[in-house]
Design a protein around this ligand. Structure first.
Ligand SMILES: Cc1cc2nc3c(=O)[nH]c(=O)nc-3n(C[C@H](O)[C@H](O)[C@H](O)COP(=O)(O)OP(=O)(O)OC[C@H]3O[C@@H](n4cnc5c(N)ncnc54)[C@H](O)[C@@H]3O)c2cc1C
Length: 255
């Protein structure tokens, strides 16, 4: 079985977010594998261990994303591919076209992705890639069994559990709870250091960059306003009620 894992490097959500000139200040920020992609990667490695599979991890991103790919190799991926062409930077429309162009050059039975990234958080890439490749797609899976050419996945639906069966090839997006991602071992880290990362450009993928230019633009980014402390009304109930009405009428002006 051949498995492709779509992986994005994101900043660590524990990091303090600082915006400079309407963009994230990357200075000193720690980057990690997008947490939902860790579930996707772990599932691919589990399938490799249980049934035998070749696991290829691909990311479209800047050079720093190589670190995430090395971590993926350290936990069990066989191949890692970095699509690091600056001309390919873009929105979910662009990146899904890039990943589709890559997938078309590969053979696969299964594509695994996170259901969303924790930074941009569009949750678009999985469904877009599946649609363009003409694959069935099951989102936010919490369990997976592959039996021959059949994939059986479970997902939470408003508190209920839905079981879906589909014939391979299929694209699945991972939700928290799918598995328990492992940490890389020291031998794994040493092995990953020596493993070459494959580099791919727009030209390698036969992509006309103008044709896949972003459809959206971020106009503004800002952090939520700092919350001020709440106000506690004191005194007799009638006094509190009178004060509340006064606040609503004269300060907040909603009544
Ligand atoms: C040269 C270059 C530079 C880039 N620089 C940045 C940057 O500085 N900051 C940044 O946030 N993004 C960067 N990107 C990536 C790109 O902007 C986003 O990945 C894309 O817009 C997806 O948006 P999203 O995170 O909302 O995806 P979502 O739809 O929320 O992601 C869902 C899932 O799709 C998969 N996925 C998402 N993005 C990628 C990807 N790039 N490669 C492989 N799988 C993916 C993952 O499995 C993820 O869990 C860069 C891309 C390139 C080619």
């Amino acid at each position: 079985m051949k498995i492709l894992v779509l992986l994005k490097q994101t900043f660590d959500t524990e990091e303090e977010i600082v915006l400079v000139n309407n963009a994230l200040n990357e200075s000193g920020v720690k980057y990690v594998i997008n947490p939902y992609d860790e579930y996707a990667l772990e599932q691919a490695v589990l399938l490799k261990e249980q049934q035998g599979a070749e696991v290829t991890v691909v990311t479209a991103g800047p050079v720093r994303a190589e670190e995430a790919l090395r971590t993926a190799i350290a936990v069990g991926a066989d191949r890692a591919v970095l699509i690091d062409d600056e001309s390919l930077a873009g929105d979910e429309y662009t990146i899904s076209k890039v990943l589709v162009a890559f997938a078309k050059q590969e053979s696969y039975d299964l594509i695994l992705a996170g259901h969303m990234s924790v930074d941009d958080g569009a949750a678009q890439i999985g469904p877009r890639v599946a649609e363009e490749l003409g694959l069935p797609h099951i989102s936010t899976i919490t369990s997976l069994v592959i039996d021959g050419q059949t994939a059986r996945a479970e997902k939470d639906v408003e508190g209920d559990l839905e079981t879906i069966e589909v014939t391979l090839p299929v694209l699945l997006t991972a939700q928290q709870g799918l598995n328990e991602p492992r940490y890389p071992t020291l031998p794994g880290i040493m092995k990953a250091k020596k493993k070459p990362i494959e580099r791919v450009t727009a030209a390698d993928l036969g992509i006309d960059t103008a044709a896949i230019a972003s459809k959206t633009a971020i106009l503004n980014q800002y952090l939520p306003e700092k919350k001020t402390a709440g106000r506690i009304l004191t005194g007799e109930l009638a006094e509190q009620a009178a004060e509340l009405v006064d606040v609503l009428r004269n300060e907040v002006k909603v009544v």
